[in-house]
Design a protein around this ligand. Sequence first.
Ligand code: GRF
Length: 298
Amino acid sequence: MLQSGSASGASSSGSLISSQGSQQLGRQTHLPTTLLYHQRWASHSSQGSLSKPVTCKLAGLRAFAATPSPTGEGGAGSAKNEVHSSHLAVFVSGGGSNFKSIHAACQRGQIKGEVALVVSNVPTCGGVLYAQDHDIPTLIYPASKKKSVEGMTADELLSALKHQFEVDFILLAGYLRLIPPEIVRAYNCRILNIHPALLPAFGGKGFYGMRVHEAVVASGARFSGPTVHFVDEEFDRGPILAQRAVPVYPSDTPGDVQARVLRQEHIVYPECVAALCDGRVSWRDDGVPILWDGGKQV
Ligand code: GRF
């Protein structure tokens, strides 16, 4: 089920682990993520840059509030050499342009993380091919009897995410399947999605691809734009982390809107992932996430 050509071993569940993937697991610590968060907070808090930890309201995962100083110094992302490089799993079903923008942001250091794994339900999609070209391991989930696609079970996928690839954050980038509840629970407040419209409008089951932009144009809405949000068990419903508005002109075709929105997607998604990896996301008491940048809420 692992698609990378560098596969070299088999787990007890039968899914393969690539040698390349194993090398990427070469971290110095193998602590539970919650403990890593504690360590991160402890080291940063000694510099007086963070407020006390707050609880992610979705289900009690402890996230840590980056409260930068008024000058913009400090904050979780600013402590040098102390933020570990996060392991990211990107889920794709299509061309993967958002995946590519995240990968590029990791490579230029904007995101303190690396794409450790790509997951897809479409073994031949552009995102998977790009991953294979860049020696990034790929897993297929879910299986599709209709299309004769062999894939993992949800339990196997969760085990691979947690134990084989030690994934910190899951990033949905044009992935057209629901994330199974056990993975949503295990990665509570650590899964992001990008949607090509301003949620909560034009979202939910059936709103994907060009259908979203067709609905926007048909509605007469004068603005659209990407929404980055945390993922729960429903399509396009979790807490909103960031949005960017672009104009929609009366003469626009759905394709015009798609292109304008996509340009912003490639900017805002890496910014959100960078904030997540830096610990620059805090949670308001009512469960609304806040992204911090340069000492400001954005
Ligand atoms: C993007 O428009 C994204 O907002 C949506 O699916 C599309 C994926 O495009 N969730 P790409 O595969 O990243 O190019």
